[in-house]
Write a protein that binds this ligand. Structure first.
Ligand code: 5GP
Length: 114
């Protein structure tokens, strides 16, 4: 499990616009936003892909969704709606191998993603 760019964001070696942080999680604006709101929410624990989650990560993974909905409420997009995406491996479009949930909103999103 090698270090990724997101570990460098956690350690503040690389700057990011941080939206939320606590002991176990970090959320920050995506550098290449696909919508007016595009935030990445990740556990600080290094888990490369969703294939690597273990039973004892259950609470940690569930926490991503609680943080996402709290941020959505704070940003005022909860009523209009938003999308949560978790890409896995190459065909899923994953480019950073440290799991993260994309919170995307602030405009009407089309379906299905290409
Ligand atoms: P993935 O493709 O792995 O699901 O998502 C990775 C996301 O990380 C992409 O949306 C990409 O724009 C974002 N990203 C990559 N490098 C950086 C960075 O250095 N800073 C920030 N804030 N976002 C990044």
């Amino acid at each position: 499990m090698s270090e990724t760019i997101f570990d460098k964001i956690i350690s503040r070696e690389i700057p990011a616009e941080i939206v939320y942080e606590d002991e176990n999680y970090l959320a920050f604006n995506d550098i290449n936003p696909q919508a007016p709101i595009h935030i990445l929410i990740m556990p600080k624990k290094r888990i490369p892909t969703i294939n690597d989650i273990q039973k004892n990560d259950s609470e940690l993974i569930a926490g991503l969704f609680f943080i996402a909905k709290d941020i959505a409420i704070k940003k005022g997009i909860d009523k209009d709606g938003y999308r949560l995406i978790l890409n896995c491996n190459e065909n899923g479009g994953q480019s950073v191998y440290h799991i993260h949930l994309h919170l995307i909103g602030g405009r009407k999103l089309s379906w299905i993603p290409g």
